[in-house]
Write a protein that binds this ligand. Structure first.
Ligand code: C2E
Ligand code: CA
Ligand code: CA
Ligand code: CA
Length: 279
C-alpha cells in the first residue's frame, strides 16, 4: 500500500500506482473538499525570544479526507494552484484565519499577528487586493494584524505585477513577508523595491546551521541584511536549542519551529496562548 505518512489510514487503489492516478484522485477529491468541510487550519506560534512571548501565528492548511486520510499541503497545494482550485481554498484560508484571530483577540490575546500563505495564483487575480480588504472589513480585524506571506519565487515570477500588488496591499495596512527567503533568485536591487516588512529565513538553511558553515554564513548574512534594511527577520524550522542560541547570538529574535510548537488546531493553540499570557 502507498505510504500516507503519520497515523493515517493506509489507502490503496490501482490508480494510485502512478503519479497520474494519484493526481486525478486528489484533483477530484479537492473539488468537493470545501463544501464537505474537509479542510481545517492549524496554527504555529511565532515567538519573540527577547520579549519572551508569542507575537504571531502562521495558518497552515490541513486536509482530512475520509479515505485518503490527512493529505499534506505539499501534495495538494501545487495541484490546486495548477487547476485554479487554490482560489476558493485560499479565500477560505484567509477568511478563517482572520476570523480566528478576531476570536482570540476577543478572548484577550492582543498583540498577535496572523500570517497567511498566499499563492501565486491568488496574487495574479485582479480582485485579490479587494478580496483582502473585504475580509478585513467583514471580520473587523485591524489590517496591521494580518501578515501575508509571499514566496520569493512567486514574487520573482512576475516582478512588476508583484510590486504593484504589494504596493496596493501596503496601502491597506497589512504586513508583507517574503517566505522561503534565500531559496529564490531575487537580487538586492529587487529587495529594495519590495515594500516588505519581514524576511522569513527558509528552514533548509536553519536545519544544518550548527554543523554546516555555509548555511551558518547564509543565515547570518540574511539576518544582518534584514536588520540593516530595518526589516523584521524570522527563522522557520527551528528545532533545537543550539539553533535557537545561534540565531539569537546573531541578532534574530523571532522564531518558529517544532522547538517552540508544532502547528496545532485552534483549541490546542488557545491553551498555549493562555500559558504564554500567564508567564
Ligand atoms: P511553508 O509556508 O514554508 O510552511 C512551513 C512548513 O514547515 C509547514 O509545513 C510547517 O508545518 C513546517 N514546519 C514548521 N516548523 C518546522 C520544524 O521545526 N521542522 C520542520 N521540519 N518543519 C517545520 P506544512 O504545514 O506541511 O506546509 C507545507 C507548505 O505548504 C507550506 O510551506 C506552504 O508553502 C504550503 N501551505 C500550507 N498551508 C497553506 C495555505 O493555506 N495556502 C497556501 N497557498 N500554501 C500553504
Ligand atoms: Ca509560510
Ligand atoms: Ca517557509
Ligand atoms: Ca520553506
Amino acid at each position: 500500500a502507498k505510504e500516507m505518512g503519520g497515523d493515517n489510514v493506509q489507502f490503496y487503489t490501482a490508480a494510485m500506482n502512478d503519479r497520474l492516478g494519484e493526481r486525478m484522485l486528489i484533483e477530484g477529491a479537492l473539488r468537493s473538499a470545501l463544501e464537505r468541510n474537509e479542510f481545517v487550519l492549524h496554527y504555529q506560534p511565532q515567538t519573540d525570544i527577547v520579549a519572551g512571548r508569542i507575537v504571531g501565528m502562521e495558518a497552515l492548511i490541513r486536509w482530512q479526507h475520509p479515505e485518503l486520510g490527512m493529505v499534506a499541503p505539499n501534495r495538494f497545494i501545487p495541484l490546486a494552484e495548477e487547476t485554479g482550485q487554490i482560489l476558493p481554498v485560499g479565500a477560505w484560508v484567509l477568511r478563517t484565519a482572520c476570523e480566528q484571530l478576531v476570536a482570540w483577540r476577543r478572548a484577550g490575546h492582543h498583540g498577535l499577528r496572523m500570517a497567511v500563505n498566499v499563492s501565486a495564483r491568488q496574487m495574479a487575480e485582479k480582485d485579490f487586493v479587494q478580496s483582502v480588504a473585504q475580509v478585513l472589513a467583514d471580520t473587523g480585524l485591524p489590517p496591521s494584524c494580518l501578515e501575508l506571506e509571499l514566496t520569493e519565487s512567486q514574487v520573482m515570477n512576475d516582478i512588476e505585477h508583484a510590486i504593484a500588488v504589494m504596493h496596493e496591499l501596503k496601502k491597506l495596512g497589512v504586513l508583507l513577508a517574503i517566505d522561503d527567503f534565500g531559496t529564490g533568485y531575487s537580487s538586492l536591487a529587487h529587495l529594495k523595491r519590495f515594500e516588505i516588512d519581514v524576511l522569513k529565513i527558509d528552514q533548509t538553511f536553519v536545519r544544518d546551521l550548527t554543523v554546516d558553515p555555509d548555511d551558518a554564513a547564509i543565515v547570518t548574512t540574511i539576518i544582518a541584511l534584514a536588520n540593516n534594511l530595518g526589516l523584521d527577520v524570522i527563522s522557520e524550522g527551528v528545532e533545537t536549542v543550539e539553533q535557537l542560541e545561534f540565531l539569537r547570538q546573531h541578532g534574530c529574535r523571532q522564531m518558529q519551529g517544532y522547538y517552540f510548537s508544532r502547528p496545532a488546531p485552534a483549541a490546542v493553540i488557545e491553551a498555549t496562548l493562555r500559558d504564554d499570557a500567564e508567564r
